[in-house]
Design a protein around this ligand. Structure first.
Ligand SMILES: Nc1ncnc2c1ncn2[C@@H]1O[C@H](COP(=O)(O)OP(=O)(O)O)[C@@H](O)[C@H]1O
Ligand SMILES: [Mg+2]
Length: 268
C-alpha cells in the first residue's frame, strides 16, 4: 500500500462548470483527506455526477482548480488521470456483458498497461497469463468468485455492481469515485456492499461516494459534502448532516425544514 505524504489526496478549489448559459457547479471547494471515506450527497440534479466528471476529466471546469496530491490536474486528459491514481465506477453499470468476469476486470488493468493498443505490447512482455492471474487474485482477495465460463450478463445485479468496483480497482487507484454503488440493490445486498467497500478502504484506497442510501452513507462515511443546485451547502460529519437546516431545506423544502427532522432519513 502506498501512503501519500499529503494530508489531502484531492482538493477542489472554487470550481465552477457551465453548460451554455446554465451554471451546473458554482464555486465549489472541498478537501478529501488521504485514506478517507467521504460521501458526496444532494438531491437529484444537484451536480454530483458532474463533480465526478470534473475530477475524472470528462469535463473541464470553467473556473477553479482540481488538485490531486497538491498537483493541479484540471488540464490533464481523462485517460491519463487513471494513471495518476483516479478511478471510478459509473451510475449505470458499464461492464462488457458478453465478456467473462475476469475479462471485465482485465479491462480495468488497461490504464496500467498504457491503453487498449499499448496493452498488446505489455501483455506479451508481462505475459497474458500474468495479467489474467492478477485479475483472478484481485477477485479472490475481494471474495468474489470468477464464475468460470459465465459471461457477466447472466450474473445477479448485486454481483455485477461489485465486479464493476473490482474493475475500477484493477487500475490500482489511490482515489476511487463511486457513483451510486447501491442503486437498485436490496437491503441485504446493500449491507454486503457496505462491508465490501470498507474492506477496499482498509487497503488504503480513498473513497469518494455518491449515494442516496443514507444508511449506507452513515455506516460507511465519516464525513459528507452536500450539494444543492450546484453549490456546496454542507461539509462536515455525516453524524450531524441531517440536523443541518440548509440540508433539510434542500431535501424537504423550506416549509418542512424546521419541523420534519425524521423525514430527512428517508429522502436523503
Ligand atoms: N453535458 C451536460 N450538458 C448540459 N447539462 C448538463 C450536462 N451534464 C449535466 N448537466 C446538468 O447538470 C445538472 C446536474 O446534473 P448531475 O451532475 O447529473 O446531477 P446529480 O448527479 O447530482 O443528479 C442537471 O441539471 C443536468 O441536467
Ligand atoms: Mg448523478
Amino acid at each position: 500500500m502506498t501512503q501519500t505524504t499529503d494530508r489531502n489526496i484531492l482538493s477542489l478549489r472554487n470550481v465552477s462548470k457551465r453548460f451554455g448559459g446554465l451554471s451546473v457547479i458554482t464555486d465549489v471547494s472541498f478537501d478529501v483527506p488521504a485514506g478517507a471515506r467521504m460521501a458526496l450527497i444532494g438531491p437529484n440534479g444537484a451536480g454530483k455526477t458532474t463533480i465526478f466528471n470534473l475530477i475524472s476529466g470528462f469535463y473541464q471546469p470553467n473556473e477553479g482548480e482540481i488538485l490531486l496530491e497538491s498537483r493541479a490536474i484540471q488540464g490533464i486528459p481523462s485517460r491519463k488521470r487513471i494513471g495518476l491514481g483516479v478511478a471510478r465506477s459509473f451510475q449505470n453499470i458499464r461492464l462488457m456483458p458478453h465478456l467473462s468476469v475476469v475479462e471485465n476486470v482485465m479491462l480495468g488493468q488497461q490504464a496500467r498497461a498504457g491503453g487498449i493498443l499499448d496493452m498488446l505490447k505489455p501483455l506479451s512482455l508481462f505475459g497474458r497469463s500474468a495479467w489474467h492471474r492478477e485479475a483472478e487474485q484481485l477477485l479472490a482477495d475481494m471474495d468474489l468468485p470468477t464464475y468460470p465460463g459465465e459471461v457477466v450478463a447472466t450474473l445477479p445485479y448485486g454481483v455485477r455492481k461489485k465486479i464493476e468496483v473490482v474493475r475500477a480497482l484493477a487500475a490500482r487507484p489511490k482515489l476511487l469515485l463511486l457513483d451510486e454503488p447501491a442503486a437498485g440493490l436490496n437491503a441485504a445486498e446493500t449491507d454486503n456492499l457496505t462491508a465490501f467497500l470498507k474492506r477496499i478502504s482498509e487497503t488504503g484506497v480513498t473513497l469518494l461516494v455518491v449515494e442516496h442510501d443514507m444508511g449506507l452513507v452513515r455506516r460507511l462515511c465519516d464525513d459528507a459534502v452536500v450539494l444543492n443546485f450546484g453549490r456546496k451547502i454542507y461539509d462536515g460529519p455525516t453524524a450531524t448532516v441531517q440536523d443541518n437546516p440548509l440540508v433539510l431545506e434542500a431535501y424537504l423544502g423550506p416549509r418542512h425544514a424546521s419541523k420534519d427532522r425524521q423525514g430527512a432519513a428517508h429522502v436523503a
